[in-house]
Every structure is written in structure tokens, then in C-alpha cells.
Design a protein around this ligand. Structure first.
Ligand code: KG4
Ligand code: ZN
Length: 341
């Protein structure tokens, strides 16, 4: 029997709704919030308010684009966390209201599991490649950097994590230092294409945990390099922007790959996926492909539209939970941190 899932995502600054028939995508609507750009980062209060404005039209459009009405939906999957509490509250409350009004079961989804399971979404006209279990997923977003061992859609173990900043944060904070707008990751990616990745050297971390990451040292080293150079030449950043971006990106990708390669060696797992906002980065995508070729990996790069926050990944994670009978009750409430999930 076919199962229709409505997914709702509101954990950060994108309001998204998607409809899946089993694992096939029927619609995926995303309203991005431009309001944060002028502040150089996401302002939680403004994000909650924008979700409140966007959520009804976004869900409505997702249902219409899928060519269905709400009574055809078998379950409503929503992001319970981690994320900004005020943002999550909008999605969770909306999902509950829709559930009560239409007598449709609710399924809570962990946002990070959603990113990982985005590799199992299919398109109506083509089946996308899926990793086999167990696989390793490098999850790299604005808030998280983890190596996850994935044994099934419900059994996942974080085997490595960042002890300070996330990879996306490193991109965004260094971009801010260069005077680039938020989010800086995609801009650095674009500028890096015209630069020399060997032009500058930045500090690489020595982290105790075998598969753990750290990015705060790199951020500081980047900041000091720029500060000293600007004292000598006030136009330094402008004159060296592309080289700075290329060198920074190269360093971040190197740090990410180094521990991932270790994790693959230690576990013997050679199906390797990446997920999360930073998995859109062209340097990381090329780096993984290259590293994989030399090591006999099967590498899985998500379609670009599934890298940053979207509800398709929430719906597919919800599909697996629904099939396993894992429904949520109406007293479910959002959680900001992963430890609480
Ligand atoms: O997964 P995501 O949309 O939201 C979180 O759950 O955090 O990730 C957002 C992050 C931001 O830090 C953004 O700068 C980064 O992903 N990002 C990129 C690229 N596209 C998005 N970083 C580097 N290169 C990109 N092409
Ligand atoms: Zn995310």
C-alpha cells in the first residue's frame, strides 16, 4: 500500500514543507528568510516570526504541487529538534493543529537523522543512488559536524564530533571577518574557484578524539593572519580575497577528510556519504570523490537541493519511522539540543 507523508521543517531559518509518496518526492517547497542577511547571522526572534508568516502558504503550496488534499496524507512528519526553540515551536504546533483537525498521526523527526536520510529520497522520474547499510555519513552543517555510523534508518551512532565550532560556522565566521554577507559558506565556495589554494597556510588542529574535529583554532589563525596583514596593507583582504577563500576552503576540506578517512579505515566501512549544508561545497564534493577513488569507496553526494535544510529529508525520515510504527503523541514538545533527543 502506498503511504503519503507530509514533512514540515522549521528548525532554523528555512520554512519548508514536502510531500512524499513512499520515498518518492512529489513536492518540496522552501521559503528562505532573507531578513537575517543584514544582521550577519540568524536572529532567533525574527526567524520564529518569519516561520509564523510562511508556514501556512508553504504547506498549502506543497500539497497543491503534489496534487493532493490533506485528507490523503497518512502521517505528518515534523522536525522536533535540534534547532532554535522558537522556530521549532512554530513547526511542531502547526503539525499538531493539522493532526488534530484532520485526525492524522504525527511522527517526530530528528533533524540530523533527516539530513542523513536525505540520501534515500527518490525523484518521480529517477531513482537516486542509495548507500547500503552500514555506511558512514559525514554530517556537516551550520550547527553540527559529525561522523555518523548508520546501521539502519533508525540505528545511528555518532562516532566523531566537533569539540567547538561546526564546519559551516568556520566558513561563516571567516567570511564575516572578510566582510562577506551571511551565510558566507556558498560565497567562499564561489570565490575559491578563482583562487590559489596554496597561497596561505592556516593552523590545523590536533584533537585527541580519534574521529573528533575542532575548527576554532583555524578560525583564530585566519583572523590573526588577516589582522596582521591589514596593518601592513589596508587593501589586503580585497586584493587577496580569492586566494584567501581557496586556501581556507582547502584547509577545512583537508581537516574534514583526514578524520573521515581514519574512520573508514578503523570501521572497514567503504560506503561513504556526506550530508548537511556544507555538503554543497564543491571543494568537499571533489575532495571526497578523489579520496574515494583512491580507497575503493562508493561515495554518495546528495543532490544540491537536499543539502541545506529542506522538508523532503524530514518526510523520508518520517516515512521510515511511520513504517516502524513509531508515532508521536500530542504532548510532544520540541528540543533545542541533540543530547535531549
Ligand atoms: O544544514 P544547513 O542548511 O543548516 C543547519 O542545519 O545548520 O547548513 C547551513 C550551513 C551554513 O553554515 C552555510 O554557510 C553552509 O551550510 N553552506 C556552505 C555551502 N552551502 C551552504 N558552506 C560551504 N560551501 C557551500 N557551498
Ligand atoms: Zn540542517
Amino acid at each position: 500500500m502506498d503511504i503519503t507523508i507530509l514533512g514540515i521543517e522549521s528548525s532554523c531559518d528555512d520554512t519548508s514543507a514536502a510531500v512524499l509518496r513512499n520515498t518518492t518526492l512529489l513536492s518540496n517547497v522552501i521559503a528562505s528568510q532573507a531578513v537575517h542577511q543584514k544582521y550577519g547571522g540568524v536572529i532567533p526572534e525574527l526567524a520564529s516570526r518569519a516561520h509564523q508568516q510562511n508556514i501556512i502558504p508553504v504547506v498549502d503550496t506543497a500539497l497543491k504541487e503534489a496534487g493532493i488534499t490533506i485528507d490523503k496524507v497518512d502521517a505528518i512528519a515534523f522536525t522536533r529538534g535540534p534547532g532554535l526553540l522558537g522556530s521549532l515551536l512554530v513547526g511542531v504546533s502547526f503539525a499538531k493543529g493539522l493532526s488534530i483537525a484532520n485526525n492524522i498521526p504525527l511522527v517526530e523527526v530528528n533533524h540530523l537523522q533527516g539530513h542523513i536520510l536525505s540520501h534515500f529520497v527518490d525523484m518521480p522520474d529517477k531513482e537516486l543512488p542509495h548507500p547500503s547499510f552500514p555506511f558512514l555519513c559525514l554530517l556537516v552543517s551550520g550547527g553540527h559536524t559529525q561522523i555518523v555510523r548508520v546501521d539502519s534508518p533508525s540505528k545511528m551512532e555518532i562516532i566523531g564530533t566537533t569539540i567547538d565550532d561546526a564546519a559551516g560556522e568556520a566558513f561563516d565566521k571567516c567570511a564575516k571577518v572578510m566582510g562577506l554577507p551571511y551565510p558566507g559558506g556558498p560565497i567562499i565556495d564561489r570565490l575559491a574557484k578563482e583562487g590559489d589554494s596554496k597561497a596561505f597556510k592556516f593552523a590545523k588542529p590536533h584533537v585527541e578524539g580519534e574521529f573528533d574535529y575542532s575548527f576554532s583554532g583555524l578560525k583564530t589563525s585566519f583572523l590573526y593572519t588577516l589582522r596582521d596583514a591589514v596593518k601592513e596593507n589596508p587593501n589586503f583582504i580585497e586584493e587577496n580575497k580569492a586566494d584567501l577563500c581557496a586556501s581556507l576552503q582547502h584547509t577545512i576540506v583537508d581537516i574534514l577528510l583526514n578524520k573521515l578517512i581514519k574512520a573508514s579505515k578503523a570501521t572497514g566501512i567503504k560506503d561513504i556519504a556526506i550530508a548537511g549544508g556544507v555538503s554543497a561545497n564543491s571543494g568537499l564534493r571533489n575532495g571526497i570523490l578523489e579520496a574515494g577513488k583512491r580507497r575503493g569507496w562508493r561515495t554518495f553526494l546528495p543532490e544540491l537541493k537536499f543539502t541545506t535544510d529542506n522538508a523532503a529529508m524530514i518526510a523520508v525520515a518520517g516515512y521510515y519511522r511511520y513504517m516502524a510504527g513509531e508515532l508521536s503523541s500530542l504532548d510532544v514538545s520540541p528540543v533545542a539540543r541533540i543530547q535531549d533527543l
